[in-house]
Write a protein that binds this ligand. Structure first.
Ligand SMILES: Cc1cc2nc3c(=O)[nH]c(=O)nc-3n(C[C@H](O)[C@H](O)[C@H](O)COP(=O)(O)O)c2cc1C
Ligand code: SF4
Length: 360
């Protein structure tokens, strides 16, 4: 299929993206043991940037000192040189560099405790962590930050009617999100774009509904530049197939949900969830969304966007949605692998520019 819609530039707040494809955030568990960028993480990320996507988003990065381990942190200002290198590495390929921010200590905790057992000052400090992290990302050369407000992360905990029983100002369920986005905007002075990942619905009984999320999106819209629409909750095993739809579920299931946000917002809307380049072209062409984010499609063939641009769609190696990648990282905390692309997670093991002596 000839593709033109995905190759239109897109203005997102203060920046203009070269096309409408985003490498969705993914933690490859390749950071150094001190949560700094390692050579492995650098090469892995540059390989994704070579895809030709308009944005490369680095996955889960803690704004607090966090649990450590092989995910990145934005809590250590001394790591700015590593972060600057990786931002530069992404931008060498013409992509905008973005980084996803999470509060790692609270994201893994019981939402009832996080929302109701933190003092007002502790909540303010969480927000301050995000603001400092965003400023560090900007100073390191990132063009955009992604606030993870979906999949049960801290902002969605505070918005949740089941969890939020506070009596201070954060008892207004919109308040945490508003103050968070405002603080990130103030810290970055409008110089970089702010994307916000949201779960359109949390699906389980008593959890946040689509109607509530639509209202919330309107409330935070003045303080963000793009909404990134997913669905579901990370900590709920039964909903993992909603986030990483396996081969037996339809592709692009979040498109109709993202369309609902596009109908009421004036900022660009991005959709994620089993997207490939054909689906992205169709959804953007129809005007359902402005942008499409994907990771497994990119893992399976890190040259896919460039191949589509050159009309070589038949050469694209598709993701078979077996979920080997996510099972390794999220269930086993092992480095990422891909069942159809042996180079993923092993970028430093081989010289990728040298073709095989004998093709199989
Ligand atoms: C290996 C792997 C790691 C992921 N890590 C993150 C992450 O760090 N942060 C996040 O918000 N989503 C993460 N995700 C979810 C993706 O961003 C995305 O929402 C999901 O994979 C659906 O998109 P896809 O069908 O294009 O893979 C990860 C997905 C995969 C496959
Ligand atoms: S491991 Fe499987 S699901 Fe993951 S990117 Fe590769 S083919 Fe797709």
């Amino acid at each position: 299929m000839k593709k033109t819609a995905i190759f239109q530039p897109l203005k997102v707040g203060p920046i203009t993206l070269k096309n409408r494809i985003e490498v969705a955030p993914a933690a490859p568990f390749l950071a150094g043991p001190d949560s700094a960028v390692s050579r492995e993480f650098f090469e892995y990320t540059c390989n994704l940037a070579k895809s030709g996507a308009g944005v490369v988003t680095i996955g889960v990065t803690s704004v607090d000192p966090g649990p450590g381990g092989r995910t990145l942190t934005l809590a250590n200002p001394m790591w700015i040189s590593y972060l600057a290198d990786i931002a530069e590495g992404i931008k060498r390929y013409g992509a905008a560099a973005s980084i996803e921010m999470v509060h790692s200590r609270y994201m893994l905790s019981d939402p009832m405790k996080v929302v109701n057992e933190t003092t007002t000052e502790e909540v303010e400090e969480v927000i301050a962590c995000f603001a400092r992290a965003a400023a560090l990302a900007m100073n390191a050369g990132f063009d955009m930050v992604l606030i993870h407000g979906g999949h049960g992360n801290v902002p969605s905990m505070f918005f949740n009617k089941k969890f939020n029983h506070r009596t201070d100002r954060f008892g207004d369920r919109n308040r945490f999100g508003i103050e968070l986005c405002k603080a990130v905007r103030e810290a970055t002075k409008g110089k970089i774009a702010i994307e916000y990942r949201i779960s359109a619905e949390e699906i389980l009984p008593d959890m946040t509904t689509l109607e509530e999320t639509l209202e919330y999106a309107k409330v935070i819209e003045p303080y963000i530049d793009m909404l990134h629409v997913s669905r579901g909750l990370l900590e709920e095993d039964s909903l993992l197939p909603v986030i990483n739809a396996p081969v037996y579920l339809p592709r692009g299931a979040n498109i109709p949900y993202a369309k609902k946000f596009k109908e009421i917002l004036n900022i660009p809307v991005n959709v994620v969830g089993s997207m490939n380049l054909d689906l992205a072209e169709e959804a953007i062409e129809r005007g359902d969304v402005d942008m499409a984010a994907m990771i497994r499609t990119i893992y399976a063939d890190t040259g896919c966007v460039e191949k589509a641009r050159k009309g070589k769609d038949d050469d694209i190696r598709p993701c078979i949605r077996c979920n080997t990648c996510i099972s390794r990282t999220h269930s086993m905390f092992k480095t990422v692998r891909c069942a159809v692309n042996p180079l993923i997670g092993r970028e430093t093991w081989y010289n990728m520019d040298v073709p095989a002596r004998k093709a199989k």
